[in-house]
Design a protein around this ligand. Structure first.
Ligand SMILES: *Cc1c(COP(=O)(O)O)cnc(C)c1O
Length: 408
């Protein structure tokens, strides 16, 4: 029935957690948009680090420190290559997407003045809204919102009308975490640049499914979190064009980010260290590299193709349930399905699914403006990864039907 020849059973063996049971049921993990699971290759990179060369980086003369520094910098190069950045120093390690966006928003205080305009999309995660609202409060800049259409896509005609020479910055996610909708980022970047605005793309939800080429996109800033792409939590990166990193002030002061310190004057270190104050998540940075190695060995294209088949199958099967409505059922999306059921609260459905071993997310998915737009309290979100199977989707459908027979 399924045409795929993707060796999912082989890859599933790499994920120890997939052997877990929830009560008497084998775990079905459909919360990949919140965080992905970790293959043993990445778990081994983490335990190998702590077991054999745990050490602080960039300062030691001793062997362990040199090994840790090499592995950390090697990882930076892998990330550079993966996103096709022009230089390794354009990759800044952060604690994740949220930290990366705050770093840029904080730096822009120097370039934004009262009356300037920033444009955000209606489809954003709170972490790509709140730091900019704080920037606007501090500077008197105005935040404009690209509205969304009922279908779940952005109203690009409205975007065209709000662009002007007052526009200084545009920020948008590549893929919406709440709906899975893929946004027209090339168009946003090109049009943004045509009025002299800088563009930041939040790639947190896209990176596990779409391989972005930052030079081809010509994007100014691209941010991701490792934990959504088979890596550990607490690490991510900011990609920024070198010219922006030279212009932006440091975000935090401390060790590692300085050239020289005296009480009269401190000079800052060069890139990327200017933005990496303090001891970073060394092990996490190294494990991020291992996660990219793992995903690239499978191939992001192959992953996306298989996930697309899962998405098509799940969408068709969910539509068997007449009370169920998919939110953001658009052609151009990743393997995320958000839905509501007339007469049943998402939380109640999610709790019953959990009792049957199925992990989905319920709620506003850190995107309350989207929920307000649809006038719903939240959705149930099933998000798939390449280690999920068609059989697991069948289990979701059966469990949903049972849950609804109890609730409706
Ligand atoms: C997960 C996510 C974030 C936040 O990432 P953190 O790792 O929590 O910082 C931001 N934007 C999108 C689109 C996301 O999916």
């Amino acid at each position: 029935m399924h045409k795929t020849d993707f060796p999912v059973e082989k890859y599933r063996k790499d994920f120890p957690i997939l052997e877990r049971k929830i009560g008497k049921y084998p775990l079905v993990y459909f919360d990949n948009a919140a965080t992905s699971q970790t293959p043993k290759q990445v778990i081994e990179a983490i335990s190998n680090y702590y077991a054999t060369y745990n050490s602080n980086i960039h300062r030691g003369v001793h062997t362990l420190s040199n090994e840790a520094t090499d592995a950390y910098e090697q990882s930076r190069k892998k990330i550079q290559a993966h996103f096709n950045a022009a230089h390794p120093h354009e990759i800044i390690f952060t604690s994740g997407t949220t930290h990366a966006i705050n770093l840029v928003a904080s730096g822009f205080k120097n370039f934004i003045k009262e009356g300037d305009e920033l444009i955000v999309s209606a489809l954003e995660h709170h972490s790509n809204i709140v730091p900019w609202q704080m920037l606007c409060e501090q500077t008197g800049a105005v935040l404009k919102v690209i509205p969304m259409l009922q279908s779940g896509i952005l109203d690009m005609k409205a975007f065209d009308q709000m662009l002007s020479d007052k526009t200084k910055l545009i920020f948008c996610n590549h893929v919406s975490n709440a709906l899975g909708v893929i946004n027209p980022i090339s168009e946003l970047i090109e049009k943004g640049h045509s009025v002299g605005a800088a563009v930041l793309i939040d790639g947190a939800q896209a990176a596990p499914h779409i391989q972005a080429d930052v030079q081809e996109l010509d994007v100014d800033f691209y941010v991701v979190s490792a934990h959504k792409m088979c890596g550990p939590t607490g690490v991510g990166v900011l990609y920024a064009k070198e010219e922006w990193l030279n212009k932006l002030p440091p975000y935090q002061g401390g060790g590692e980010m300085i050239a020289e310190v005296s009480f009269e004057k401190t000079t800052y270190a060069g890139l990327p260290h200017k933005f990496e104050a303090g001891t970073p998540n060394i092990c996490g940075g190294i494990a991020f590299g291992a996660a990219l190695d793992y995903m690239n060995a499978i191939g992001i294209k192959n992953i996306a193709e298989y996930e697309n088949e899962l998405l098509t199958y799940a969408t068709t099967r969910l539509k068997e349930i007449s009370e169920l409505r998919i939110i953001g059922d658009v052609a151009h999306k990743t393997a995320v399905i958000s839905f509501v059921v007339e007469g049943a609260h998402p939380y109640d459905i999610g709790s019953i699914l959990d009792k049957m071993g199925i992990a989905v997310r319920t709620g506003h998915h850190c995107a309350q403006p989207i929920m307000d737009f649809y006038q719903i309290p939240g959705t149930i979100r099933a998000s798939f990864s390449f280690y999920n199977t068609f059989e697991e989707i069948d289990r979701l459908i059966e469990a949903l039907k049972r849950a609804l027979s109890m609730l409706l």
